[in-house]
Every structure is written in structure tokens, then in C-alpha cells.
Design a protein. Sequence first.
Length: 446
Amino acid sequence: MNQTLERWSSRRAFILAVTGAAVGLGNIWRFPYITGENGGAAFLLLYVGFVVVLGLPVMMAEIMIGRAGRRSPMQSLAELARQRGTSSHWKWLGLFGAFTVFCILSFYSVVSGWSIDFMVKAFSGGFAGQSAPQIGAGFDAFLADPLRMTLNHTLFLVMTMVVVAAGVAKGLERLNNLLMPALYLLLIVLAGHAVTMDGFGPAMAWLFTPDFSALTPMVLVHAMGHAFFTLAVGACALMAYGAYMPDHQSLPGAAGAVAVLDVLVALLAGIAIFSVVFTQGMDPGEGPGLVFVTLPVAFAELPGGPFWLGLFFLLLLLATWTSSINLAEPMVSTLVGWGLSRRMAALAVGLCVWLVGLLCVLSFSSLSDVHLIGEMNFFGVVSTIPPEIFLPLGGLLIAIFAAWVMPEQEALRALDAGPNGFRVWRAVVRWVSIPLVLVVLFSGLL
Ligand code: PFF
Ligand code: NA
């Protein structure tokens, strides 16, 4: 299979596309509730640390492989391994990535569907004048309604697969150009409004005064997994985008910009959300419903609240849309590599993800007490194991491949940061990132 000739139209377009993949539920939904469940500041600090020493270098590794191979992940891995004269079994890493994103997309689509429902409800004034307990009860009633959840899950998946069927690189650029700035603006307004709340002070203290006494190996595992998840690293999904990266763009600069934007979105969302939590005396560890309950409460106080709340869920929906398109890409490009047409591949992937997503839907009603691992039901398992185990494992193999296996000349060129930049990157990946993932994973196992 030949190299792709398609490129993002500009350097900015590449950064926007990767930011589109990175910024999503991970920042606005998952970050606040995981931070809440893991005690606040110490977790936040660990997660930011992991973004810097693991997420960023491995993100570069992943994009480098795609950029050097300029093919689908499986084919790029096979081709670079061939050039080096080693085993073509490395290509199975691409398949593992496709399996990981398959699991992730099945719950991602369900939760993204929640924002469709909430957007409609907000715009139509459904939250107007409701108190915090009423909003909480409304959310519980929504979760207990599998039909309504399935409808939204279906809608979201169709939205995703339609774009993927048409080919990713084209449709996305303009959307990202508009969407990202709008999302940042609205989050800044929200965080600014949070400053006026009684809970702002306690929220800041809780978010930024670390207490390391409560640290366990499991908290390390959660923080590491979240760093990979939020940056979209470890599933070969960014590898697929790297294939379209233009020449003459230094990768560390681009990757750094994405990581900064991604962390900023999470922090702004965290400040907005936890200010409400502490103002209302809610529980930070309340779980996956956190955003969907706190933000309607926050907006209820603002002038024009229903409109702004609706707008927020619209932007969240668009942000998750660009992420889910990225999530679907490794699977679809794998099937296309096996000879399926893009449309057929998108249809097949969509159907399978839809079916598994139904199990996630039912995890909030009839299957809620079916515990698969420990206390976790089906939704608990797919929203925990793939992000926290599969992504770091995939990231580990990606790092090993980029820093030890692929031809050095290719790696040097794909990083595009000069010989010294390359040496620094490689030293960090070899002697910091790779050992650290191993240590954290093993400490979690024990
Ligand atoms: N980074 C996305 C988010 O924060 O919502 C989720 C994600 C996308 C994870 C793509 C993994 C991936 F390959
Ligand atoms: Na993210």
C-alpha cells in the first residue's frame, strides 16, 4: 500500500485536528469526576506531571510513527519494522489500538449522547427555575430511561460515522477552527462567573493544595491512565492523524501546544464545576453525573441561563464529536487496509459499537447491579480498563517502537526538532517514560 499524499492544509490545521481529538469528554466530563473521586489536588498534580513526562513524549512518538509511515497505523508499523529488518509482528500493535478505541467509543458515544439530551432540554427551558436536588433527580430519571439514552447514543454514533465514512481529514478543519475558540471563551466566562460564588475559595483550596498522605498506587494508575486518555495517546488514533502531518513543522511545538490547551480546558472546567459543588454542598466524588448536575445548577443563576447552558452542551457535543471521529479512525482505517470500502467499514464499525454501547446504556438501569470486576458493572469496566490499562500499555509499546525499533533516520526526520532535540526526546522516552509506565502499571497490579 502506498503512502498517503493527503495533508492537513496548514500547520495550524494539524494542531487544530489533534486538539479536536484531545479535547472532549476527557476534559469536561471525566477529569472533574475522576479528580473528585481521587481527592483533588494531589491527583491533579500527578495527572499534570504524567502529561509532561509521559503523555507529551509518547504523543510525539505516536505521531512520529504515523508521519514516518504515512499509512494506516498497522501498515506504518509494519513498513517501519521492515525497513529496520525486524519482525512485522509490530503491526498487531495497530490492531490492539483499534480494539482499545472500540471499547472506548462504546461508552464515549453513550455519554456524548447525554449532552444531546441536555442541550435540547436546556434550550427548551427544561431546567429553568430548578433547584439542585431537582436537577439531580432529573438526571437520575434520565439514566433510568434506556429508550431515551439509546436514542441519543444512536444519534451521536450516526453523526460520527457519517463524517468518518466521508473521510476524516476534509470535513473537520473548518469545524475545528470555529469550535475550539468558542469552547475556550465559554469556559473562561464560566470560570469567571465561578469567582463570584461562595464555593470558589474552597474549590481552589481543594483543587490546588495537595495532600499526598492519601496517595495509593491505584491513584497513580488512575492519574496515568487519565493523562493518556485526555491526550488521546496510546491507541494509535493520533498515529492515524500523524500520517497527514505536513512536512516542515516541528513536532514538539505542535504537541506542546495541544497539551497546554488540553490541560487548560480541564482546569477551567474543574474550577467552574467544583465552585458549584462547594457552593451547593454537593459531593465532589459523586461520579459520572458530576458535570451533568453541577452545570445546570450553575447556569440556572445566570441571566439568560437556559440559552448559555444549551450553548455549553452544544459546544461539549461538538468537542466530543471531533474526539469520537478520531476514536473511530483507527478501526475504519484498519478495515479499509483489509480491502473494505470506507463506507462499509464505517457501517460495520458503527453497528458493532452501537451494540456494545447498548450494554453501557443498560448499565444505568437493568444491568446496574451486574458487577463484573469488583464493584464495577459493564459501564464501569469499559470506562475504566481501556483508558487506564490498555492506553498505557499501548503507549508503552508505541514508545518502545519509536525510541528503540524504528530506523533512527526516520525518527529524527519525523520529530523535526534537530539532532539535539531528537536526543533529548529519545533520552526522555527511553529512560523516563518507558520505565515509569512499567513501574506504575506493576505497582497497580500488586
Ligand atoms: N482525548 C479524548 C478526550 O479527552 O475526550 C478521548 C480520546 C480520544 C481517547 C481518542 C483516546 C483516543 F484515541
Ligand atoms: Na482530553
